[in-house]
Design a protein around this ligand. Structure first.
Ligand code: HMG
Length: 398
């Protein structure tokens, strides 16, 4: 409820993530692919990738992430659910409808799906903000959920991953206050794309990294011109993280010679905090930028209420956006600190098992039914397919 005389702010009130229950260590992948392990640990700054079995998809991951943050009151007040994804399970029905149902959200809500590669969660946040501006009592659930699968022995294999980030957008948020300085850029490039007939993307790897960095450089230049902001105005910068090393190159592009040594140290420290989870999970496409935010919030001891954080969102194709947000008073109270343990609890796979599990195709019989083996998942799982309809269940209903 908005108190009289108080200016309404809008932003992230709650945030959580979920990821696959299986993990592939980069050292094992390096060994199998006859690569130097340091190419992955130092060259890409990756230690492990989260792997999902066929019973875990963007819906189960998204529902698991949202389940961690929603209480009964949220479920009564949420009137919009937006799923940002590029791993859609249906060309027609929005995945958000499944999320709405699995999470038990009240019926009078709008549920939609958004797409533009890894960028769309940022568009979803913008739409959620506009909605709350008009309806200050509303709560909007934004879920960014993806499975990044490039293929066995493909050039992108080392940058796969899976996971979802769920964010509750409200007025007077407890964690992050969004501002109004967003600047986007669109450029029609073929750096990474996935036609409808392909289960894995086509990617011009080196070209995509150049597009990422050039989009950052040119948008940052224009953003500074339009807003008057300089890097010295930011306590931290979060990046889309296809793999941490590229985000690190991005940060180095922003750190100009005018930055003091102590501020540079602060930016670098916060950056290291922002890649802790991505190092262990890999790319989760739409959620990667916000996984970086959560990693930084949960692992930094030096962020303070009122600090301004910069964001660089990038989706191949390509659309990017730079914007800023401010940490809310008391944000630390809303942040859990248990995610490292959760990651340590994943089941470690051999490369042989990873190749089987991650790339197993669901086979339908003539009537459109499929029966799935048991695998460990989060609290929700895909139990099977009946007459071409995906059937989701809670683990306790098994
Ligand atoms: P690659 O062939 O695995 O690696 O391709 P590389 O040969 O370029 O080496 C990677 C780094 O490791 C280099 O560092 C090497 O020097 C270093 P850099 O020079 O760049 O600083 N290296 C070593 N370091 C230490 N010890 C060693 C060693 N050997 C080499 N022994 C590539 C990498 C990213 C191209 C590949 O993984 C790929 O295609 N990935 C998928 C595409 C991708 O992630 N693109 C990122 C930008 S596009 C984006 O962000 C959007 C996206 O998320 C999708 C969406 O929007 O939906 C992907």
């Amino acid at each position: 409820m908005l108190k009289e005389g108080k200016i309404m702010t809008i932003g992230i009130d709650k945030i959580a993530f979920a990821t696959g229950q299986y993990v592939l260590k980069m050292d094992d992948l390096a060994d199998a692919r006859k690569e130097d392990p340091e190419k992955f640990s130092k060259g890409l700054m990756l230690d492990a990738l989260s792997i999902t079995p066929p019973t875990e998809d963007i819906i189960t991951l998204g529902a698991s992430a949202a389940e961690k943050i929603l209480n009964d009151e949220d479920k009564e007040k949420i009137d919009m659910v937006i799923l940002a994804t590029e791993s859609s399970i249906d060309q027609s029905k929005a995945g958000a409808v499944y999320l709405h149902s699995l999470l038990g959200i009240q019926p009078f809500a709008r549920s939609i799906e958004m797409k533009e590669a890894c960028y769309s969660a940022t568009a979803a946040l913008n739409y959620a903000k506009l909605h709350v501006e008009k309806h200050p009592e509303s709560r909007v659930l934004v879920v960014a959920s993806d499975i990044a699968k490039y293929g066995i022995k493909s050039s992108g294999e080392s940058t796969q991953g899976s996971g979802a980030v769920a964010m509750l957008i409200t007025s007077n948020p407890s964690i992050l206050i969004l501002t109004d300085d967003n600047l986007a850029q669109t450029r029609d490039v073929m750096d990474f794309w996935r036609p409808n007939y392909s289960t894995t993307p086509f990617v011009n790897g080196m070209y995509s990294t150049k597009q990422y960095l050039d989009s950052l450089k040119t948008t940052w230049r224009e953003y500074q011109k339009q807003t008057g902001f300089k890097i010295s105005d930011f306590a931290a910068f979060c990046f889309h993280i296809p793999f941490p090393k590229l985000a690190f190159k991005g940060l180095k592009k922003l750190i100009s010679e005018t930055v003091s040594a102590s501020h540079k140290e602060q930016l670098l420290k916060h950056f290291q905090d922002s890649i802790i989870y991505s190092r262990q999970i890999g790319n989760i496409y739409t959620g990667s930028l916000y996984l970086g935010l959560l990693s930084m919030l949960e692992n930094s001891q030096t962020l303070r209420a009122g600090d301004t954080i910069g964001f660089f969102s990038y989706g191949s194709g390509a659309v990017c956006e730079i914007f800023s947000a401010r940490l809310a008073e008391g944000f630390q109270k809303q942040i859990q600190t248990s995610h490292i343990k959760e990651l340590d609890n994943r089941i470690q796979l051999t490369v042989f098992d990873y190749e089987k599990l991650f790339f197993e195709e669901i086979e339908l019989d003539a009537k459109g039914n499929a029966y799935l083996d048991f695998y460990r998942t989060g609290p929700f799982y895909l139990s099977g397919i009946k007459n071409h309809q995906r059937i989701y269940k809670r683990v306790k209903d098994k």
